[in-house]
Structures are given as C-alpha cells and as structure tokens.
Design a protein around this ligand. Structure first.
Ligand SMILES: Cc1cc2nc3c(=O)[nH]c(=O)nc-3n(C[C@H](O)[C@H](O)[C@H](O)COP(=O)(O)OP(=O)(O)OC[C@H]3O[C@@H](n4cnc5c(N)ncnc54)[C@H](O)[C@@H]3O)c2cc1C
Length: 386
C-alpha cells in the first residue's frame, strides 16, 4: 500500500485548496427558492469545470483531464474538507459518463458528454422498479421497436434527481426470451418526452430527493440506445462498476466524528468511560476505512480492476455512518428530536436529519446485505446465497 502522494498531486491539492478558498465565499448567500438554488448548483459545477476540476479522470478526447485517480480522490477530499457542495450532476459524471465513454457511439459522446461536464443536462438513473432492486435483472418495463423508435411503457422508482433531471438513462426489457439478463436494453430518455410522468416521493427527512417515474408509450429514438438492443446488461454492469473511491466519503465522516466529539464535550459526557470507549472505537473504524481506501487506490494506480475491497468500503462506510448518528442521538437524549429551526437545538439542528438520512446509505447503490453476500462469496469463497 502506498501512503504518499506525488509532488504533482500535492501541487494539485494546494492549487485546488486556493481555488476553493477564493470561490466558496460566493456561495455564502445561496438563493432560497428551489429553482434559484438549482441554477446556483449548475453554475457552481460549470465554474469548477471552467477551472479544470470536473471530469478529472475522463480521457482528454472526451473533455476530461486524464488525471491520475489520486487527483480525483484529492478533489473529493478537499471539497469535503472545505464544505463545498457536492456536484449537482454527480450521477451523469460518475455513473453514466464512464458507461458512455466505453460503450457510447461517437455521436452520443459528442452530443451528451460536454453537456454532462458543464451541468447543462442533469441526469437521473432509471434502473430500479417496484419489483426489481437488488435483483435488477427482474425488471419489467417493456420496450418495443416501432419504426425508428423504442416505445417504452412501465414504472421506475427511487429515481434520484427525478424531479429536476433533464435526461434519464433507463434499462428496459426488449425481450423475455432466455435468461433475464438477456433482452435488456440501455437507452437515453429525454425527461420532457410525452408520456413521462414524474411523481416526487417525500422522504422521512421531509426532502423529495427522489421520485417514481411512470412511462406510458414513451417514444425514444433508436439513436439513443447505448450498445446493442438486448445487450444492455453488459453496459449496465460497467455502469454499476464505475466505482468511486471511498476516501472522499471518509473525510466527510471524519468531520462528522470531530463534531460528535465536540457534542460529547458540550453535553458534559466526555468523561463518561462508556462514551470515551465508543468514540475511541469509532476513531479506530474510521482509520480502518481510510487505509482500506488507500489499498483500493493503490491497486487502481497499478491498473488492477476494483476488487471486493470496494464492497467492504461501501458496507463499512454506510454502517459506520449509522453508528456516528446513533451515538449523536444518544448523547442528545430528549433534545434529539429538535431539528433545524427549532429553538434550543444543538449544532443548529443538524443531527436528526443526518440520523434519518444515514439509513439511505445502506440501501442505495446496493444494500448492506447484498454487499455482505458479495464479500462472503468472492472474498471468503462461501457458497452462493441463492
Ligand atoms: C438514497 C437512494 C437513492 C437511490 N437512487 C436510485 C436511482 O437514482 N436510480 C435507481 O434506479 N435506483 C435508486 N435507488 C434504489 C436502490 O438501488 C435500491 O433501493 C436498492 O438496489 C435495493 O433495492 P430495493 O429497494 O428494491 O430492495 P430489495 O432488493 O427488494 O431488498 C429488500 C430487502 O431484502 C434484502 N435482500 C434482497 N436480496 C437479498 C439477498 N440476495 N440476500 C440477502 N438479502 C437480500 C435487501 O438487503 C433489503 O434489506 C436509490 C435508493 C436509495 C436509498
């Protein structure tokens, strides 16, 4: 495992840090209305892109910087450290972009990639359905070829950014013959097409981060099929394996852990041996996550494909997040119910929302149970679960 960054990486870090220091102040008075806030988020990504910080890992011919994976990690670390907002088009950049770069036609790359980088098109992912989540190949949204279009009817669910996205990359079933993985097609859909209905889902946090998507005879040009008709599963697999290093997430969790220690101090519980032991355990687990992240990064730098460590990273980080938030709730005691805007709330009422939100991390992008299955089968060599 390599624990050092090159001189070039360190220079990149200090340039980026200076850039963020100079530009983050502009975000202090962000507009309150949802439409203006969305535009401000698009503008922020555009500004980062113009400065050369978006699409770091993408090849130059696709508008990227062909930077080493370490610089993508440093970007995530510095953004988390400085409290910069996440990139609004992360789904387009991290999930669709790599799949289009590998499987898209020349026209698709030219048309879509620059607009993803500049946040001109916001993308959402239409994979999950009411009967297809962990078992994604069970999806039933149907599509038939009619002339030069695919005509799509069905339902998607948990579509993040659905209420604001301009485009959606969808998995649809074009054939029911053979194994369920066969006959799946990967297609790009304009969210303003006739027959698309977006119904926001209100979450336990009160936010409407995602939506249901009802599709009724939606006509999508065949030019928007990525790869072959019926060959979408291999595109989807490469989409799902567009792994993100867990290291940026670790910095964010590190900040939460530091806030948790301060909370324990303010609550007068820092001398309590049970609380001290709990905090020490959380610090140990944070370091385990960090060094596992470095192992994944070192392997990536040597050209190895993502291994089971990334499933471990996903599982451990989401369970770790829940432990931090649960400890905060215990420290807050009856004050735990006071959220943003409530008089007397600790830390400006940040903890209840974070506690509720933490649940989502162990479901989205593959549940903790599914991650455990992957580790059991691929790392420990145990028999398949089904
Ligand atoms: C915050 C968030 C954002 C999301 N964004 C998107 C999005 O943008 N686009 C999109 O398409 N989807 C999105 N999803 C959906 C997500 O991919 C699914 O929720 C996830 O894959 C689980 O599927 P499911 O909800 O259908 O649960 P199921 O697969 O039905 O699982 C139900 C329970 O059974 C367990 N289980 C299932 N199979 C097994 C097994 N083989 N062994 C052991 N236990 C098992 C699961 O762990 C879970 O506890 C999002 C989800 C969340 C939470």
């Amino acid at each position: 495992m390599d624990l050092t960054y090159s001189a070039e990486d360190e220079q990149f870090r200090s340039d980026l840090r200076a850039w963020l220091r100079a530009h983050l102040a502009e975000l202090r008075d962000l507009p309150k209305s949802p439409t203006a806030a969305l535009q401000a988020s698009r503008d922020w990504q555009r500004k980062l892109y113009d400065a050369g910080y978006v699409g770091l890992a993408w090849p130059r011919e696709c508008g990227g910087r062909a930077a080493p994976p370490t610089q993508q990690v440093i970007f995530g670390e510095e953004c988390a450290r400085s409290g910069a907002p996440p990139l609004i088009n992360a789904i387009g950049l991290n999930i669709l972009g790599p799949a289009l770069i590998t499987h898209g036609s020349v026209e698709q790359k030219q048309r879509f990639l620059p607009r993803i980088l500049r946040a001109e098109d916001l993308w959402c992912q239409g994979f999950s359905e009411p009967g297809a989540g962990s078992d994604l190949a069970a999806l039933r949204t149907r599509a038939e070829v009619e002339g030069d279009c695919l005509v799509v009817t069905g339902q998607k669910v948990w579509t993040s950014l659905g209420p604001v996205a301009d485009w959606c990359f969808l998995l649809v079933r074009t054939s029911s013959d053979g194994p369920p993985q066969h006959g799946i097609t990967y297609v790009l859909m304009d969210m303003r097409s006739p027959g698309v209905q977006v119904v926001p889902i209100r979450q336990i946090t009160g936010k409407t981060h995602f939506s249901e998507l009802f599709l009724e005879s939606v006509r999508i040009p065949l030019d928007n099929v990525v790869g072959e008709i019926g060959g979408g599963w291999s595109v989807a697999k490469s989409t799902l394996s567009a792994e993100r290093s867990g290291l940026a997430g670790v910095v964010e969790l590190e900040r939460s852990l530091a806030r948790l220690s301060k909370l324990a101090q303010r609550a007068g519980r820092i001398g309590d041996p049970v609380v001290r032991q709990r905090l020490a355990q959380l610090h140990i687990e944070k370091d385990v996550l960090k060094y596992t992240g470095y192992r994944v990064l070192t392997a990536q730098m040597r050209g190895a494909p993502p291994g089971p460590e990334s499933s471990f990273g996903k599982l451990a980080a989401s369970e770790f997040r829940k432990q931090i938030m649960e400890t905060a709730m215990e420290l807050l005691g009856p004050h735990a119910v006071l959220g943003r805007g409530d008089p007397g709330a600790a830390d400006r009422g940040r903890w209840p929302g974070l506690y509720l939100d933490a649940r989502a991390y162990s479901i989205g992008g593959g549940t903790s149970e599914v991650m455990r299955n992957i580790i059991a089968e691929r790392t420990l060599g145990l028999p398949k679960s089904y």
